[in-house]
Structure formats: structure tokens, C-alpha cells
Design a protein around this ligand. Structure first.
Ligand code: GDS
Length: 209
């Protein structure tokens, strides 16, 4: 395989990369880190910011999940056709990151008491993405430009997680709803999403979803 993911047994911050690689026909291998391995401390010391995931492209090692997505985007031409498109793709991805952080905070720190309020705020948080989609090709294609980008994989992954958290969360958003179905049914991506590699891997490391 050309790539290696070093991470805990979770979809977490790596699933958008896995979706991208599967859809682009890239090969990767998984080095799964157990909490026992992590407790030993050596891997934490070796990680640039003391956290996982880590990622290898041949002999090149990288940390920070969004940097990994951008590396893959540069390697596979998934970063727009000019600087303006690239910047819009960054803008979408930063918005995905903002919502992912809120989601992770709720999942890891406040699931029991915070889930209801989190779900109530979703129409506001998801509405931004519905409008972004509407502003590009009437919402019929990708979030930016005429081709898929790394932000599409990241956004669709985040929406998949939200559909598990709150199955009706996209009911007021017809474009997002059709977009998730359209992207998820790209043949190589659909094959990955229906494989055990995806289905049997928990969404989050603490078992909440
Ligand atoms: N910005 C980094 C990236 O994008 O790569 C974030 C990386 C990160 O958070 N890694 C986590 C980690 O290595 C696993 S992702 N944790 C072990 C450690 O720190 O020693 N993170 C905030 C974020 O993603 O921005 C979290 O909320 C993570 N949660 C998500 S899992 C605690 C528990 O189980 O509650 N022991 C760990 C919670 C935790 O790390």
C-alpha cells in the first residue's frame, strides 16, 4: 500500500481519508493502536502534538488529520482547479472542522446531558451547508466546483455521523439529503461503505454515537 493510517479503532478523524482513498482507488494499511499501546507512552512521545492519527505516505510521516486530507487532495487532484476554488474548498473544510469540534465535544464530554441541545441546534449548523451547496450548480453536484474535492469527503463523513446521531436531521435539507446519497453511491465509495472495514469500525473511540 502507498499509505498507512496509525490510529485508534475508530472512524473518528480518519474516516474522511479512508473514504477519499477508497473512492480514488488508493491502497492503504491500518496500524491500529490499542489503549494499552497508547498508555505505554512511546507513541504519544513520538507524535508531533502528542495525539493520533498519524499518517505515512511512503517514508513521509504527517500528523493532524486535516493536513493529511490536504496531502491526499494534492496527491489525487482533489483541491479545485485554481486558487479561488482551493480557497472555497478550504472555507468549506474549516466549517466542517468547526462542526466536528462541537460534535466531538458533545460525544466525549457531554453526551448524556448535551445531546438534546446539540440536536436542537443542528438546523442552524447544517443550514450553512445546505446554502453552500445551493450556491454551486444549484446543489446538484459537489460543494465547490465541478469535481469532487477533499471537503466533499469530509462533509459527507460528518453528515453520515449526524444521521446516526439524529436520523431525521436532514429532513429539512433536500439538497444535503440528495448530496449524501449521490456521493455515497459513487461505486468505489459505496463498496467501501458497505464493507466490514467501515461498518464494523465504531464511529467514536468511546462507543457513543
Ligand atoms: N487536531 C488533531 C487532528 O485533527 O488530528 C486532533 C487529534 C486528536 O484529538 N486525537 C485524539 C487523541 O490522540 C484521538 S481522536 N487522543 C489521545 C490523547 O490525547 O492522548 N479531540 C479533539 C479533536 O478531535 O479536536 C477529541 O475530542 C478526541 N477525544 C477525539 S478522538 C479521552 C476520552 O476517551 O474521553 N481519553 C480521549 C478523548 C479524546 O482524545
Amino acid at each position: 500500500p502507498e499509505y498507512t493510517i496509525i490510529y485508534f479503532n475508530a472512524r473518528g478523524r480518519c474516516e474522511a481519508m479512508r473514504m477519499l482513498m477508497a473512492d480514488q482507488g488508493a491502497q492503504w494499511k491500518e496500524e491500529v493502536v490499542t489503549s494499552d499501546d497508547w498508555q505505554k507512552g512511546d507513541l504519544k512521545k513520538a507524535a508531533v502534538y502528542g495525539q493520533l492519527p498519524g499518517f505515512k505516505d511512503g517514508d513521509f510521516t504527517l500528523y493532524q488529520s486535516n493536513a493529511m486530507l490536504r496531502l491526499l487532495a494534492r496527491n489525487h487532484d482533489l483541491y479545485g482547479k485554481n486558487p479561488r476554488e482551493a480557497s472555497l474548498i478550504d472555507m468549506v473544510n474549516d466549517g466542517v472542522e468547526d462542526l466536528r469540534l462541537k460534535y466531538l465535544k458533545m460525544i466525549y464530554q457531554n453526551y448524556e446531558n448535551g445531546k438534546d441541545d446539540y440536536v436542537k441546534a443542528l438546523p442552524t449548523n447544517l443550514g450553512h451547508f445546505e446554502r453552500l451547496l445551493a450556491s454551486n450548480n444549484e446543489g446538484k453536484g459537489f460543494v465547490v466546483g465541478a469535481h469532487i474535492s477533499f471537503a466533499d469527503y469530509n462533509l459527507v463523513d460528518l453528515l453520515h455521523n449526524h444521521l446516526v446521531l439524529a436520523p431525521d436531521c436532514l429532513s429539512g435539507f433536500p439538497l444535503l439529503c440528495a448530496y449524501v446519497k449521490r456521493i455515497s453511491s459513487r461505486p468505489k465509495l459505496e463498496a467501501y461503505l458497505s464493507s466490514d472495514a467501515h461498518k464494523k469500525r465504531p464511529i467514536n473511540g468511546n462507543g457513543k454515537q
